[in-house]
Design a protein around this ligand. Sequence first.
Ligand SMILES: Nc1ncnc2c1ncn2[C@@H]1O[C@H](COP(=O)(O)OP(=O)(O)OP(=O)(O)O)[C@@H](O)[C@H]1O
Length: 227
Amino acid sequence: MSEAMLRLSGVEKIYNRGQTSEVRVLNGVDLTLARGEMVALVAPSGAGKSTLLHIAGLLDTPDAGRVEIGGEDMTGLTDRRRTMVRRQEVGFVYQFHHLLPEFSALENIVLPQLANGVARRDAVARAQALLEQVGVGARAGHRPSAMSGGEQQRVAFCRALANGPRVLLADEPTGNLDPGTSDQVFAALTGLVRGTGLSALIATHNLDLAARMDRILRLDQGQVVPG
Ligand SMILES: Nc1ncnc2c1ncn2[C@@H]1O[C@H](COP(=O)(O)OP(=O)(O)OP(=O)(O)O)[C@@H](O)[C@H]1O
């Protein structure tokens, strides 16, 4: 059997709304991403995609169930260890790029590497190589505000991959782009992911993009089912 990079088992999440009402957003989510798999997560707005991605990426904890990354059970880890695993093993991409506005594209990819203990020279070389790979190498010195939306998002992909994570989690990564740009930016993301062994879970409303991934999963009534 192929190696599981991300596994969620029986994951539950309940939010309290006031003192009397609660909403069970995730109700026994089981999900496994094999090494190198690109999987689409499709769900109506409000179904709990962001909640699921945050739990999978160790930004939030489930009320029940467990999360394993690279075969390691994340339940009961110290905050310090969780932060370390998140920084090294998980890359995030959001609908909006969230790049640091006062830094260049290159620096936005260098900084997370420095925070992870990489030497500056190596970090710069990796950042430049990633930018070249997604076709924005010539923009390395530009600040985000001097780049197009598609270019900004490509830089955000590079930043997410800066520390060589094993798992990439993306929440509507092309949701803010027009259809043509969305296609190109998705192709750039695919180019970065394929062949690296990285496993990607990509939430999208775009069914054309979803159809280009290895599998489609649907979040339905708090559970993940084949799409
Ligand atoms: N901190 C919170 N407290 C209470 N309810 C919450 C909280 N966070 C999310 N919810 C509720 O949980 C449900 C799922 O939210 P979530 O953001 O995960 O959905 P989503 O599928 O990502 O939606 P969208 O596609 O619109 O971003 C929603 O009904 C939301 O209102």
